[in-house]
Design a protein around this ligand. Structure first.
Ligand SMILES: NC(=O)c1ccc[n+]([C@@H]2O[C@H](COP(=O)([O-])OP(=O)(O)OC[C@H]3O[C@@H](n4cnc5c(N)ncnc54)[C@H](OP(=O)(O)O)[C@@H]3O)[C@@H](O)[C@H]2O)c1
Length: 322
């Protein structure tokens, strides 16, 4: 990648998009353009220009590509949420994600973009997939129903890339990250993921001198977490080094129980109270771990440990909410 070619980051004010922009700037790219819809940019750098574009508006997306002629595209725009939101806003999760990604991917083809990276999610895999989950397990069984609309949209996205490459000879690659956390995460307890929810709960319990924090379920499910800066580094690495039609899992290939995670967050936040596990609440899937042999074979290994990453995320949380 040439340092002054135009790079378009869609979803530029989201957790993933903003991490990709920070990484591009840190690596000396000088012509970065990012789009957002509601959340205004907080990052200011001469190499980056932000534009407000509704990515569901096909004409607006076509006009954006025509005007800016990006050479590379990182697609980090999506309607994202936790279990409750995914289950409640099923139609929106399906429709909005399909439309956004169709616009970004198809218009990238129309405007002759050199390379595009589509970001999906590990929820594309069957609910009962063997662990750790290899890329080849895609479409081998039924999905988890609560987030099926989101997963179907993401599967359609990675298949768009694959089939545009096959029919049109494009170079559109796709990556499926594990659970992410870090700066710009969503801390709204109504629709946040488990790690930001734990950070918020422990922080609020600490400042309010609460005697305990309640965790849903037994704490035994195993999950994998990656700092979003590692994901941004992996995304740039793939953009620079990977040109195959096979999508790639992105993660650590290591997991932690929710119980151990809760104790780690408690320690980092320095909450002195107790942990209570509400075992009347459901646990969900017992284990969800990505097989990252392909990512490692391509040459990428994440660097930010969970302890270091959570400490960083907590500092970002404090800046915004304390
Ligand atoms: N968070 C995770 O744990 C995780 C894990 C695996 C994969 N991923 C993937 O990473 C990608 C980004 O996730 P994220 O966590 O960064 O989500 P996020 O923080 O919610 O960011 C999503 C971005 O998409 C933009 N967007 C949504 N609808 C739009 C529209 N109609 N027009 C223009 N922009 C729109 C949002 O802009 P506004 O906020 O301004 O609307 C925001 O900039 C997604 O594809 C997701 O599947 C995330």
């Amino acid at each position: 990648m040439n340092k002054n070619e135009t790079i378009f980051v869609a979803g530029a004010t989201g957790m993933v998009g903003s991490a990709i922009i920070r990484k591009l700037v840190a690596n000396g790219f000088t012509s970065v353009i990012g789009t957002y819809r509601n959340r205004k940019p907080s990052f200011d750098h001469p190499a980056v220009s932000f534009f407000s574009v509704d990515l569901m508006d096909t004409q607006a997306v076509a006009a954006f590509y025509k005007e800016h002629k990006p050479v590379y595209v990182f697609d980090a725009a999506a309607k994202v949420g936790g279990i409750v939101a995914n289950n409640l806003y099923r139609a929106q999760f399906l429709y909005e994600n399909l439309v956004i990604q169709n616009n970004i991917i198809h218009q990238a083809y129309v405007s002759g973009v050199k390379k595009l990276l589509f970001l999906g999610s590990s929820c594309i895999y069957p609910k009962m997939a063997p662990q750790p989950i290899k890329e080849e397990y895609l479409l081998t069984n039924t999905l988890e129903y609560t987030n099926e609309p989101y997963a179907i949209a993401k599967i359609a996205g990675l298949k768009m890339c694959e089939n545009y490459n096959l029919q049109y000879g494009t170079n559109f690659i796709a990556a499926m990250p594990t659970n992410l956390y870090g700066p710009e995460d969503n801390y709204d307890l109504q629709n946040s993921h488990v790690l930001p929810a734990l950070i918020r709960k422990f922080h609020e319990a600490k400042v309010n001198n609460k005697p305990d924090v309640t965790i849903w379920g037994t704490g035994s499910p195993l999950r994998e977490f990656m700092h979003v800066d590692d994901l941004a580094a992996a995304s740039l690495y793939l953009m620079e080094n990977y040109n195959e039609n096979q999508f790639v899992n992105i993660g650590w290939g290591k997991d932690i129980s929710i119980k151990d995670l809760a104790f780690l967050v408690k320690e980092i936040i320095d909450f002195k109270g107790e942990l209570v596990f509400d075992t009347t609440k459901p646990d969900g899937t017992p284990r969800k771990l990505l097989d990252v042999s392909l990512l490692n074979a391509i040459g990428f290994v994440p660097q930010i440990s969970l302890r270091e990453g959570i400490a960083d995320a907590y500092q970002d949380f404090l800046k915004k909410f304390a």
